[in-house]
Ligand binder design. Structure first.
Ligand SMILES: Nc1ncnc2c1ncn2[C@@H]1O[C@H](COP(=O)(O)OP(=O)(O)O)[C@@H](O)[C@H]1O
Ligand SMILES: [Mg+2]
Length: 539
């Protein structure tokens, strides 16, 4: 509202100001012109009446000048009393020798002009209300003297005041009229504009773009309203589209949020499932690792069983043969046909049988002993001091069933008296795995392979190098050898856990490290390095 009244007050002020100033300027110009003309004509009339009076006076003065009768001239001038406007009058005679000679003056006795330049007023002149006039006195067209008159026309001043007063009054009346007209017309002129502003204001407050300005009529304002309405049409369409777009975006956002929530829930679920699966996988892996350990133990048991079978079989055969010999001896003894040489033969044979049985049972006992040691080591975590060379022999003995079937050789390089305190079970598992891998993978298609195992001890650290001269591995396969489940024999008995178990045993049970080196068809080697266990450490 403030905004509106401000607009209109300023517009109104401008309109009124314009009308009043136009009126004022035109009135002023007219008044000034009129006043100047009026004053001029009033002056002219004053001047001409003065002039005609002076002519008469001059005519009467001629004889007085001719006869140098200054008294009469003085008397004549005194008659000027009847003309209150005349303030001073002087008469001069023009003498050929003396020039201008003073004759008479009105009012009498005053200081006379005595001035050669009274003639400069031969053309009469006004200075405000003061009027100066010098009239030549002529006789037969010859100047005999001059009459100089100085008048003050009070009425001219009054006239001027009157005329200015009238003009001022007229101007005031006209200005008032102009003001009234301006006030009246501004209301008429501004009404359509005010209506237009009302509409814009309502739109700006309520944002209702369906409103329209009144465009009836055929003046500039109705054209403006038409243009304004067209603009409103556009804005309304645009507004509608924008609202729709906003609505769409909001719906889209809501949909998006919903989708995101759903996806998040789904993801969380999937994540949980994944975690559970991962857990299961790690459990399965641990189980498999255990199985791998047990499997190598199982293989050991089978091998040992097979190995023991032979000496025990021989022992049984020898003992049964012995039984037969004893039975024969007994029957010969009962039949009393026993000869001394028969007894000698029996004794030789019986001794042989006992030897055979003794030897074979001894071998079986050895086998059982070494199996017991290796098997117990592999399935327990005990740390003990071993005589390395002997222990390596025992491990090889436990693998004899596998090695025996082939022409491969195992070379041991170990100082005979080398004693090492370590996790023996881990060591035997590691070497068993290496040897089995060489037999299965390294010597695939190789008839006479050589495996070399060398062990040295220096500064309480043990270095073990295992190598075979088999087919080896390429760089890519080598980089994955210790990965769990990496195998090239999946579906053919490979679990891919052997090398992984070795890695874990070296790094955890032996607290050392292992490096595998190989090139295709250049064999494979493992270098293991681990510290010897301190005496008091019992794990
Ligand atoms: N001595 C070796 N010579 C060549 N390749 C080998 C040797 N030892 C292991 N490998 C390769 O490494 C893979 C992984 O061995 P391992 O972890 O013991 O699993 P698995 O014996 O069950 O296959 C084997 O599948 C084989 O391809
Ligand atoms: Mg293996």
């Amino acid at each position: 509202m403030k905004y509106k009244s401000h607009i209109f007050s300023s517009f109104k002020a401008k309109l009124i100001g314009l009308m009043i100033s136009v009126t004022f300027i035109s009135l002023l110009m007219a008044s000034v012109g009129l006043t100047v003309v009026q004053v001029k004509s009033f002056r002219n009339s004053l001047e001409s009446s003065t002039l005609s009076n002076m002519e008469i006076l001059s005519f009467n003065l001629i004889p007085m000048l001719v006869f140098d009768d200054s008294d009469s001239a003085q008397r004549l001038l005194t008659s000027l009393k009847t003309r209150p406007a005349v303030k001073e009058a002087e008469v001069y005679r023009l003498d050929e020798l003396e020039g201008l000679v003073f004759v008479a003056r009105y009012p009498e006795g005053g200081e006379h002009y005595v001035h050669k330049d009274i003639r400069e007023y031969i053309t009469p002149e006004f200075f405000g209300e003061k009027h100066y006039l010098t009239h030549p006195i002529l006789l037969d067209r010859e100047t005999v003297g001059y009459l100089y008159v100085y008048s003050v026309f009070d009425e001219l001043g009054r006239f001027q005041l009157e005329i200015i007063g009238t003009v001022v009054v007229i101007m005031i009346v006209c200005l008032l009229l102009a003001l009234i007209i301006a006030l009246k017309y501004q209301a008429i002129l501004l009404r359509p504009l005010r209506l237009l502003v009302d509409v814009t204001e309502e739109i700006s407050i309520n944002k209702d773009y369906s409103l329209r300005a009144d465009s009836t009529g055929n003046d500039e304002f109705s054209h403006l309203a038409l243009g304004f309405n067209a603009m409103l049409d556009e804005i309304e369409t645009h507004d509608r589209q924008q609202r729709q777009a906003k609505l769409d975006i909001r719906q889209l956002n809501m949909g998006l949020e919903e989708t995101v929530k759903k996806r998040t829930v789904a993801l969380e679920l999937a994540n949980q499932n994944l975690l559970a699966t991962l857990d299961q996988l790690s459990q399965s892996k641990n189980k498999l690792v255990e199985q791998e350990k047990m499997a190598s133990l199982g293989g050991l048991v089978a091998g040992i069983a097979h190995e023991i079978n032979t000496p025990v079989g021989i022992g049984v055969t020898a003992v049964s043969h012995m039984g037969e010999l004893v039975a024969q001896l007994e029957s010969e003894h009962r039949a009393k046909t026993l000869r001394p040489q028969d007894l000698d033969r029996f004794l030789v044979n019986a001794n042989e049988c006992v030897d055979i049985t003794f030897n074979n049972l001894g071998r079986a006992a050895d086998l059982v002993k070494s199996f017991k040691q290796v098997a117990v080591d592999q399935s327990s975590d005990s740390v003990r001091t071993i005589l390395m060379a002997d222990y390596l022999h025992e491990i090889l003995m436990s693998l004899r069933p596998q090695l025996k079937k082939t022409e491969h050789k195992v070379e041991l390089q170990c100082a005979p008296g080398l004693k090492v305190r370590c996790h023996a079970g881990a060591l035997s598992q590691i070497l068993t795995n290496f040897i089995m891998n060489s037999l299965i993978h390294g010597f695939e298609g190789v008839d006479k392979g050589v495996i070399t195992i060398s062990i040295t001890k220096r500064d309480q650290r043990i270095s073990l190098t295992y190598s075979d001269d088999g087919i080896g591995m390429d760089a890519d396969a080598l980089s994955r050898i210790f990965d769990p489940f990496y195998t090239t024999r999946r579906g053919h008995g490979g679990s891919g856990l052997g090398a992984h178990v070795v890695y874990n045993l070296v790094t955890q049970a032996l607290n050392g490290n292992v490096v595998a080196k190989s090139e295709l068809s250049e064999g494979l080697s493992f270098e293991i390095d681990f510290p010897e266990r301190e005496n008091h450490v019992v794990k």
